[in-house]
Design a protein around this ligand. Structure first.
Ligand code: HEC
Length: 136
C-alpha cells in the first residue's frame, strides 16, 4: 500500500516535471508549431532564410522595423524587392489567409522571443487593428 502510494507520488512528480520542462522551451508553443507548419519550409526552422532567395527572420533589420506590418505581409503575401540586412530579395512570398489574427499574433511573439532579445510583446488588439488597415 505504502509502496504503491510512493510510486504514484513519484510518477506524478515526474509527469509534472516533464510537463513544465516541455513548456520551458518557449512560452509561445502555438506560435512555434504554426511557424514550423507555415513558415519554416522557406524561412528555415532557425529563421535564417535561404541564401540569396529567402530573407532571414532571425536578426532581420526589416522585421525589426516592421513587426506589426508583418501581420499584413503574412496574410497577403509579399511581392517586389525587399532589402534585408543589406541584401536584396525579390522572390514572391505567397499569401496565407487561413491564419487567424490570433494565430498571427502568436507567430509574431514566437519570432520575437526566439530570435530577438529586445522586442516587445505583440498584443492581439494591435495586430487586429493593423490587419484591418492592410493596404492590399
Ligand atoms: C514559400 C516560401 C515562404 C513562406 C512559406 C513564407 N515566406 Fe516569408 N518571405 C518569403 C520571401 C521570398 C520573402 C521576400 C519577399 C519579397 O522579396 O518581396 C519573404 C519575406 C518575409 C518577411 C519580410 C522580410 C524579412 O525577412 O524580414 C517576413 C517578416 C516574413 N516573410 C515572414 C513570414 C512568416 C511569419 C511566414 C509564415 C507565416 C512566412 N514568411 C512564410 C518566402 C516565404
Amino acid at each position: 500500500m505504502r509502496i504503491k502510494y510512493r510510486l504514484t507520488a513519484s510518477l506524478a512528480a515526474l509527469l509534472l516535471f516533464l510537463f513544465f520542462y516541455s513548456c520551458k522551451d518557449t512560452p509561445y508553443q502555438q506560435g512555434k508549431i504554426l511557424y514550423e507548419i507555415s513558415c519554416a519550409n522557406c524561412h528555415m526552422e532557425d529563421g535564417s532564410g535561404l541564401e540569396g532567395l529567402i530573407p532571414p527572420l532571425a536578426d532581420s533589420d526589416y522585421y525589426r522595423q516592421n513587426i506589426l506590418e508583418s501581420a499584413c505581409l503574412i496574410r497577403n503575401g509579399m511581392e517586389g524587392k525587399v532589402v534585408v540586412n543589406g541584401r536584396t530579395y525579390e522572390q514572391p512570398m505567397p499569401n496565407n489567409d487561413r491564419l487567424t489574427e490570433f494565430e498571427i499574433t502568436n507567430i509574431l511573439n514566437y519570432i520575437n522571443s526566439a530570435w530577438y532579445d529586445d522586442l516587445p510583446y505583440v498584443k492581439l488588439a494591435d495586430v487586429r487593428r493593423t490587419l484591418n488597415a492592410c493596404t492590399e
